[in-house]
Design a protein. Structure first.
Length: 462
């Protein structure tokens, strides 16, 4: 045995409501349900969110499978568009509440710690059409109301809550780079949304504390940290990487943990004349309502060089004004997803949290490798032999372990995802799970990596 993890380490996996449940019995639509309705051809093979992995109907069998492969924790999200009947009053839909109650109870019955996220990109479409979604401060209040309902209904059993999953992706996808509906390019709105989501998260945390739910549970946020590595040690490259880091990482990380936006970010946006509209009272809410623990999603690093190509600013300000992405020659790629594989980044993240963020308790809330056409790796017994995934996970865990040895306060590792699930635009193109899903039959079969994690979880290491 060479690599042993701390006692009670979380060996788990993560999914989200909209990517696994299917829209059975859902009373409202979220932005993705709506987008699929109006533009199904945008989704890989035209597979939409209606059935996904059928978790709404098969949660019992699915959780049993998770138990079978040794998982001791599981993150999913509540769909605002399933739980809440009336967004203004946060009146609860009985069927929605019963479903999430069942899921939570089933986890506990199987000794699996449920970790529940309140928002995983799935804004109810009604709140977008009425108010412009996260552009609106009113929506931040509605979010807090919805959050309170979740705490009231489930906090007796849910001990770990997270407000948002990857909030910067909402900013990037909806307002800058056009990969989430409504695919706008609007830097000013992007900046306001970035601020408003920070505020919404802090308001939910405030309500959590005021309702004394912190006596029984903890609350955090899940951020996709993409360490920015400069092309070279030149001053210009380093500055460009720092600026990218300000936008894509620190704009949520600093507020979540320190309760403040980085001064440099505020100055830069003020100089550009596009700083968000906020009040002193809101700054207080953000300041006083920081997280108890952090979830870190890590898939790929960000390689940055000083600006070389002019950015198209005809549509207004874009963060890309200050840096270019750098295609580092020879970097190791996952060709299916087009993402760089760089496991050492997990160590860098661990040390950054330790040195610069008060060594707050944190865990890897997502990491994983999406691979296309995995059936070609099936052996004669029908098991997918995904050795590439095992190697990928091991390498990441080795670097994580080094960070823990050096004192970083990491308490778990969740793979994306337990059972192959649906994804934004890519639908079922890339498979990530420990467990394979046959889309035709909904049959679920443990992959070789699922057998591996069972052993690893049992030994608390490898
Ligand atoms: C994370 C998200 O960014 O990455 C998940 O939290 C997503 O929702 C996962 O599915 C994998 O990315 P993708 O785009 O390949 O599905």
């Amino acid at each position: 045995m060479t690599t042993q993890f701390p006692k009670n380490f979380w060996w788990g996996a993560a999914t989200s409501g909209p990517q696994s449940e299917g829209s059975f019995n859902k009373i409202h639509k979220n932005v993705f349900d709506y987008w699929y309705e109006i533009e199904p051809e945008a989704f890989y093979d035209r597979v939409g969110p209606a059935v996904t992995s059928n978790f709404y109907n098969s949660y019992k069998e699915d959780i049993a499978l998770m138990k079978d492969i040794g998982l001791n924790s599981f993150r999913t999200s509540i769909q605002w568009s399933r739980l809440i009947k009336d967004f203004e009053t946060a009146e609860v839909d009985e069927d929605g509440a019963e479903f999430y109650n069942n899921v939570i109870n089933e986890c506990l019955k199987n000794n699996i710690t449920p970790v529940i996220t309140l928002h995983h990109f799935d804004l109810p479409i009604e709140l977008y059409s009425k108010y412009g979604g996260w552009e609106s401060k009113h929506v931040t209040d509605l979010f807090a109301k919805y959050a309170v309902k979740c705490f009231e209904l489930f906090s007796d059993r849910v001990k770990y809550w997270t407000t948002f999953n990857e909030p910067i992706v909402v900013v990037e996808g909806q307002y800058l780079y056009q990969f989430h509906y409504p695919k706008l390019v609007d830097g000013r709105k992007a900046v306001q949304v970035l601020y408003n989501i920070n505020l919404a998260s802090a308001k939910a945390i405030k309500a959590f504390r005021e309702g004394n739910f912190n006596k029984v549970s903890q609350i955090g946020i899940v951020l996709n940290l993409t360490p920015s590595y400069p092309r070279s040690n030149s001053e210009r490259d380093i500055k460009a990487a720092e600026t990218a880091d300000l936008f894509f990482n620190r704009s949520f990380l600093d507020t979540a943990i320190k309760g403040e936006f980085p001064d440099k970010l505020v100055k830069l946006l003020s100089d550009e004349g596009i700083l968000w509209k906020g009040s002193l009272e809101e700054a207080e809410i953000i300041k006083n309502n920081t997280i108890d623990f952090l979830g870190v999603n890590f898939y790929q690093p960000r390689r940055i060089k000083a600006k070389e190509t002019p950015v198209d600013l005809t549509k207004g300000w874009m963060p890309d004004k200050y840096f270019d992405n750098y295609d580092m020659p020879g970097r190791r790629m996952n060709p299916y997803r087009g993402w760089e594989i760089y496991p050492k980044a997990l160590y860098d993240i661990a040390i950054n949290i330790k040195n610069n963020y008060g060594n707050i308790p944190w865990y890897v809330s997502e990491n994983g490798m999406g691979v296309q056409d995995e059936e070609r790796f099936k052996n004669s017994e029908g098991r997918i032999e995904d050795d590439y995934r095992i190697d990928f996970i091991k390498e990441h865990l080795e670097w994580l372990h080094k960070g823990i040895e050096e004192g970083s306060n990491c308490f778990g590792y969740h793979l994306w995802t337990p059972i192959d699930c649906w994804s934004w635009l890519n639908a079922y193109k890339n498979r990530y799970g420990y467990i394979a899903l046959d889309l035709e039959t909904q049959k679920k079969t443990v992959k070789k990596s699922g057998c591996w994690i069972k052993e690893t979880s049992k030994k608390n290491g490898f």
